[in-house]
Design a protein around this ligand. Structure first.
Ligand code: ACO
Length: 430
């Protein structure tokens, strides 16, 4: 701590400590504010509230920077694998050969779900959204894990829970898809890598065996890495808040999955592609789309644009846009939705409304186009996001539990309801 903020309230002065982060983020520490002044702070939607210190991810929203544990996201997406990135986020450093081999072995050994859990899938209605299936199944995983109550974040039990979650979530996601199309489940294959295994479980069938595809595996690795963490976003803050009651890791992650489902957060990747499809099918011109997106009385929303933190181009969108160009060129893919997306982006970047509000494509604008190219159905897009974000959620749960200043999360409010009044029995009220 250095520096202080001087606060004047009712003719008295108070000094609030200022904290400076390693990347020079500055924060006024208000933890003693209420005790000393009686005031609380009001910040609807936590637009300007730091809920914790953290050393996991760094974002510079004005300059389009995102780093995991100091490593630029562009370098990780280009060179690392998803398990390596997951290890980095959760344990703080990139793994050495032995650590990575051990982590991979644990992922492989924990890839299966208990056979009894397969009965759960039988009862799921055919139209169920895969995000609902995923959160239900992750909750159910806790029932099959005798260590699910473990609170220690630096124990072998924790390491096992990490492997079980990261590996089984992938299996559950693929099983949900197979269930939705009425095909038999494809079990995980111990000889395949994390992403190759997922693609095999999704797309292998008796009619059409899945051939390993290094390009698609690279794309999937990059997509999952891109999604792996994003500091105190809605779902991660949810995981932290739920975990702060000492709820177990499964319960906390499950809450994160549900928070991610919403269209203003992870659900935006599904909403973004549906918007592009709507534009294509309705034959709306780009002019009409822009007008509707800007019209406050119109419920139409341009999903995949705008971000609470990024006031410049989202670095994740930049990586994905380059990847789209590479994959589409290499595979000679033609997707009319990509043409619409390019045109929309061009128009928005030159439109006063978007410029003034600093609205740029976010991660969800191009991720859906890539998922389509891989063959992932639209209603699975947010599930893919959840698989990717899982290491980030786990890393935050661990960081919070390791923090010597651990406290249950409990925001305050400014009450605006009625003053005290007396209860009147029903027959006297009317
Ligand atoms: N299209 C048109 N206008 C927009 C958009 C958009 N996609 N996003 C924001 N705006 C406008 C708002 O109407 C508002 O205008 P105003 O100042 O005239 O009232 C202004 O830009 C600021 O927007 P807010 O919603 O106040 O910004 P906030 O930081 O609260 O919300 C959010 C950010 C939720 C991401 C918003 O930009 C949005 O709804 N975008 C579409 C949904 C989306 O793509 N979400 C995914 C985000 S990335 C992720 O979660 C992984």
């Amino acid at each position: 701590m250095s520096d202080k903020v001087e606060l004047k309230y009712k003719n008295k002065s108070y000094e609030l400590p200022v904290m400076i982060g390693t990347e020079n983020d500055i924060a006024m520490d208000i933890s003693r504010l209420r005790a000393e002044t009686g005031l609380i702070t009001l910040d609807v939607g936590y637009q300007n509230t730091g809920s914790t210190t953290s050393s996991i991810a760094y974002i510079d929203g004005n300059n389009g920077v995102l780093r995991y544990r100091g490593y630029p996201i562009e370098q990780l997406a280009e060179n690392a694998t998803f398990p390596e990135t997951a290890y980095l986020l959760i344990y703080g450093e990139l793994p050495n050969y032995e650590q990575l081999a051990n982590f991979r072995r644990m992922l492989t050994q924990n890839a299966l779900v208990h056979e009894d859990m397969l009965h759960f899938f039988v009862g799921i209605p055919p139209m169920a959204h895969p995000m609902g299936i995923l959160s239900s199944m992750v909750n159910a995983l806790a029932l099959y894990d005798p260590k699910y109550y473990a609170e220690e974040s630096d124990s072998e039990d924790f390491d096992l829970m990490v492997a079980r979650l990261i590996s089984k979530v992938r299996t559950i996601a693929a099983f949900s898809y197979k269930k939705s199309i009425g095909e038999p489940f494809v079990y995980p294959d111990a000889k395949k890598s994390y992403c190759s295994n997922f693609l095999n479980m999704m797309f292998h069938s008796h009619a059409k065996p899945y051939d390993e595809d290094p390009l698609l595996e690279k794309v999937l690795n990059a997509l999952l890495i891109i999604h792996a963490d994003h500091e105190q976003n809605c779902s991660t803050s949810t995981v932290r808040l739920v975990g702060s009651s000492k709820a177990n890791l499964y319960a906390s992650v499950c809450a994160g999955i549900n928070a991610l489902w919403g269209p203003l957060h992870g659900g935006a990747n599904q909403a973004a592609i549906e918007t592009l499809l709507q534009i294509q099918e309705s034959g709306m011109s780009i002019d009409q789309v822009m007008d509707r997106a800007k019209d406050k009385n119109d419920s139409f929303k341009l999903f995949g644009f705008g971000h609470r933190i990024y006031k410049s181009y989202d670095p994740r969108a930049k990586v994905l846009k380059n990847l789209v160009a590479k994959v589409f060129a290499e595979r000679n893919i033609n997707d009319p939705l990509l043409d619409i997306a390019y045109e929309l982006e061009q128009r928005a970047l030159n439109d006063d409304y978007f410029i003034e509000r600093k609205l740029y494509p976010n991660v969800d604008f191009y991720s859906g186009i890539l998922y389509r190219a891989i063959g992932i159905p639209v209603n699975m897009f947010t599930v893919m996001f959840a698989i990717g974000r899982l290491p980030g959620w786990i890393a935050h749960w661990k960081e919070m539990h390791d923090d010597p200043n651990f406290k249950i999360g409990r925001p305050r409010q400014v009450y605006t309801g009625l003053l005290e009044r007396s209860y009147v029995p029903m027959d006297e009220r009317y």
